[in-house]
Design a binder for this molecule. Sequence first.
Ligand code: 5AD
Ligand code: SF4
Length: 464
Amino acid sequence: MQNRNETEQYISLVEQVMEIRKRGEQPLAFIRTYGCQQNVADSEQVKGLLAEMGYGFTDTPDNADFILFNTCAVREHAEDRVFGNVGALKSLKRKHPSILIALCGCMMEQEHIAQRIHKSFPFVGLVFGTNCIHDLPKMMYQCLVDGKRLIVRGSQDTVIYEDIPKRRDGTFKAWLPIMYGCDNFCTYCIVPYVRGRERSRTPETVINEAKSLIESGYKEITLLGQNVNSYGKGLSDDKKMTFAQLITEIDKIEGDYLLRFMTSHPKDCSKELIDTIANSKHISTHLHLPFQSGSDRILKRMNRHYDREKYLEIIRYAKEKIPNVSLTSDIIVGFPGETYEDFQETLSLVEEVGFTSLFTFIYSPRKGTPASKMDDPISYEEKNRWFQELLATQEKISARRCADMVGRQYRVLVEGYTNHGTELQARTSGNIIVELQGNENLIGQFCDVEVTEAKNWILKGKTI
Ligand code: 5AD
Ligand code: SF4
């Protein structure tokens, strides 16, 4: 843990820069975030620092003085979108040469990507990786005043900078990172390379942050980590706590709130954790437990350290202890060397567990990972056919699970309006969306609803 006193001086320097540039007008920042909730949480720190430096925010790049894309490297598709969207900024920079265009996040920790940005996008003035956010004022100063073009990488830095201000996007839902990085090295995954070694925030800082969120009226807190079940590794003995102990402590905080967490890794998912959820007051009845593949052969090649039976054992225990537990998972289709028989094992696991919903991905080779060097004879078209089969299977299961909910009552948190506008959208503790009629002032509140109708996997309800 470290504070950023050293960077304070730069905040005032950047303020000076902005005064010169905008003659008193408030400069505006546009931030676009790709990828997972950890990136969303990182962007909240970026916004906290920018607000402290005097920036306002805009939701269009056209009138921004500072444009930042916080990028994701987990699949190629995410990277392609970033390249496309950065390319589109070229004409904006030509029109307004004073704007600073910056890229940060996981993609930028990869040497070949940083090189490509440097060569192909000369209008990008600042590139920084993960765990560099505390240095933002300093980096911006160097770009804006010294006219430097900077590329800074930081995934090897394992310090946790605790006093970076946050500007949260939500007023009643909050992300709360409890740890950073990952040590698991699943063979398909780029995360350990771009986010560095696993490290945990101390229980005290996490619990205090949760307390202050609850006191200021937040209704839902989601604890974040790549593998929350291994929380605490590396903490000194006097501060050591397991994840189950951590959430037990948070659960003791008085108030009306829901506690969520993600992501769990099956290899470290203990019975103690499931008992904790079952006995808690505030923890959601949702368990997101990615199994990736139902085939033991593929799980070994993925370096996942559990097998199908161990996974099913956890699921059986969770179903037994947590009434109406809602289970979700991540699945990769078409891992190198996967056969149609292996894929059938994934399908049968999906059938056997009965997930509420799934996050499904076609394998995407990531440069530098062991899987990208494995033989991968199955064509993308074939993998896509398997993928469609998986979607169709899950759609039937989701529809069945939703139909089972009709006539039952649930406590939901109302989150806002649905995309089509007229109805409210609410979420059950099991993370299932229910649409309902109701007054705007329900937004941000818990209320009890009865599910009245299920249209495939869309639920309609009414307040009771
Ligand atoms: N290809 C496809 N999906 C991937 N994931 C991680 N790496 C890859 C990859 N190379 C998926 C996993 C993980 C989720 C966040 O993204 O399912 O759980
Ligand atoms: Fe990637 Fe595996 Fe770490 Fe998850 S646990 S971030 S899939 S390496």
